[in-house]
Design a protein around this ligand. Structure first.
Ligand code: ADP
Length: 295
């Protein structure tokens, strides 16, 4: 199974060119789509989820034309949108039962079995009769995954799923996604680099509507290996370093500003080599394109 996206473009009626010829091949497993806010991630996710039209380009899942056969796509799609509202007074059990019947599972016994298995998988069985309004952020997200899994989807899209989750909830959510990713295509859209490096075997970075890097996370990291240099500086020296060097990121550490610089050679003796990670790849790709507004 492979999702092939070719030259997908979208301009909104206000003139924003949100997708500029996106081309990606997405195999089975967890695929990370990384990009800053406004990169076009949600626009791409909504298009694949048949919720909005593209202007041009194609997207196919094996023989299925995602942009045309919308009804067929919805049968094999699980979607967890960025903004996920729940009916606060309904229990997760009743809500899942209701969605399952909307999705065409009319046999009561079959539905009961399915809902129980989803609640167990997402670790919500013990709280199945509590109303959704009382759930924590992590529980709501896990409920979101449970509803997205109804109908045994082949393509699962999760848009910015870990925003607002505490570390333990995030961890639990990641484990759940990994399990699901074994048999389906899961596209995880996020601006959190760590989510991708922990979870995804394939990824793409998008920025200003374009794919700026794609591949296996470790291989992308190899690409900047030996070219990342670090130094702790005073905050007011930053502007000076930015004029001479390609400063890709800044972090605060014990009151000092630590900069990462992308350079083929050591900028000067005061810099130290840094073992590059995916965050360096990400910042190296996006800062040059966004005029350093993010660092
Ligand atoms: P991301 O999910 O990466 O933050 P989006 O796809 O939401 O990016 O947004 C990409 C660009 O398209 C942004 O400039 C955003 O303001 C714009 N945009 C998104 N949705 C709409 C819309 N419905 N109408 C007009 N502009 C939009």
């Amino acid at each position: 199974m492979e999702l092939k996206i070719k030259n997908l473009s979208k301009t909104y009626s206000n003139g924003v060119h949100a997708l500029k010829g996106i081309t990606l091949n997405i195999p089975q497993g967890m695929f990370g789509l990384l990009g800053p806010n406004g990169a076009g991630k949600s626009s791409l996710m909504r298009t694949l989820a048949t919720l909005q039209q593209a202007d041009s380009g194609s997207a196919t899942l094996d023989d299925l034309d995602i942009l045309k056969d919308k009804a067929e796509v919805r049968k094999i799609l699980g979607y967890l949108p960025q903004e996920f509202g729940v009916y606060p007074k309904v229990s997760s059990y009743n809500m899942l039962d209701h969605i399952a019947s909307l999705k065409g599972i009319s046999n009561k016994g079959e539905r009961k079995e399915l809902v129980a298995s989803l609640l167990n998988k997402t670790n919500l069985w013990d709280v199945r009769n509590k109303s959704l309004g009382t759930y924590s952020g992590g529980m709501k997200q896990r409920f979101g995954i449970a509803q997205a899994l109804i109908g045994d989807p082949k393509l699962i899209i999760v848009d910015e799923p870990t925003a607002g989750l505490d570390p333990a909830e995030r961890n639990r959510f990641h484990n759940l996604l990994c399990e699901i990713g074994e048999n389906t295509i899961v596209i995880l859209s996020t601006h959190i680099v760590e989510d991708i490096s922990n979870l995804c075997n394939n990824m793409a970075i998008i920025c200003l509507g374009e794919v700026v890097a794609k591949g296996i996370p470790n291989e992308l990291t190899e690409g900047v290996k030996g070219r990342i240099w670090t130094k702790a500086i005073e905050k007011d020296e930053l502007a000076h370093y930015k004029t001479d060097l390609q400063v890709i990121s800044t972090h605060l550490k014990a009151g000092k500003t630590v900069i990462h610089v992308l350079s083929d050679n050591k900028p000067d003796a005061s810099f130290e080599a840094f073992a590059a990670n995916l965050e360096d790849v990400y910042f190296a790709e996006i800062t040059s394109r966004m005029n350093s507004t993010l660092v």
